[in-house]
Design a protein around this ligand. Structure first.
Ligand SMILES: C[S@@+](CC[C@H](N)C(=O)[O-])C[C@H]1O[C@@H](n2cnc3c(N)ncnc32)[C@H](O)[C@@H]1O
Ligand SMILES: [Mg+2]
Length: 223
């Protein structure tokens, strides 16, 4: 068995026992595939982790940057109370359209709002609305802008909020200080910002699974 077959088998085992069949989420995956969206959504165990983190936060307001087909959005929004709110920022109108259908099928259209456009343009507009602080921010869009997204997350949260940055390993290239790749440079800048910012306490974890070798960073906003 190859390494990746082993990771698949273990993820299948965890999924079968910890995130059992869910027709709504499976339909979201199916429809995203049928619409040719890139296979870049979190896995079921990762989605469940997002869900549990949102519950642990007692989250009432969640911000997501990078919706794709709404798979992670559904996991996160399911942790919200009926009067909670999730705003998800997505550049691609096509992705947003698929996500809108998936979110409606999940019965979450009353709590989820997708805003279409470049996140760096949507974020100042969002800040102008003076929203209640977001209890959790999930950053999962264009990796080159990760440090800007962490800065915006800091502006839009308060003490105790949780910021999650997805896909921070970049196949291991994150450790390469000489890399000129924009995704690596953006991710390194975000990690170094989290490490040096006086109002953030963070860590990053490497993972393996059915979507390969990857990882995520977690940061708590301090007072
Ligand atoms: C990795 S996918 C998101 C996956 C999703 N969070 C999930 O796990 O189900 C990244 C998404 O970010 C979007 N994106 C890329 N650049 C963006 C930008 N500048 N502003 C907003 N969204 C962007 C892409 O179109 C894509 O849908
Ligand atoms: Mg991701």
């Amino acid at each position: 068995m190859s390494e990746s077959q082993l990771w698949d088998a273990v993820d299948d085992y965890f999924t079968a026992h910890l995130t059992p069949d869910d027709e709504t989420l499976q339909a979201a995956v199916r429809d995203s595939e049928a619409a040719d969206l890139p296979p870049a959504a979190v896995t079921a165990p990762q989605g469940k982790l997002l869900h549990l983190l949102a519950l642990t936060q007692g989250a009432r307001n969640i911000l997501e940057i990078g919706t794709l087909g709404g798979y992670s959005t559904i996991w996160l929004a399911r942790a919200l109370p009926a009067d909670g709110r999730l705003i998800s920022l997505e550049y691609s109108p096509k992705h947003a359209e698929v996500a809108t259908r998936n979110i409606a099928r999940a019965g979450l259209d009353k709590v989820v709002e997708i805003r279409v456009g470049r996140a760096l343009e949507s974020l100042p507009n969002l800040a102008d609305e003076n929203p209640a602080p977001f209890d959790l921010v999930f950053i999962d869009a264009d990796k080159v802008n990760n440090p800007h997204y962490v800065e915006w997350a800091l502006k839009l949260t308060s003490a105790g909020s949780l910021i999650i940055v997805d896909n921070v390993v970049r196949g291991g290239r994150v450790a390469d200080a000489t890399s000129a790749a924009p995704d690596v440079q953006g991710t390194r800048a975000a990690i170094e910002l989290i490490g040096s910012h006086p109002r953030l306490s963070g860590t990053a974890i490497q993972t393996v699974g059915s979507k390969g070798y990857d990882g995520f960073a977690l940061a708590r906003v301090l007072a």
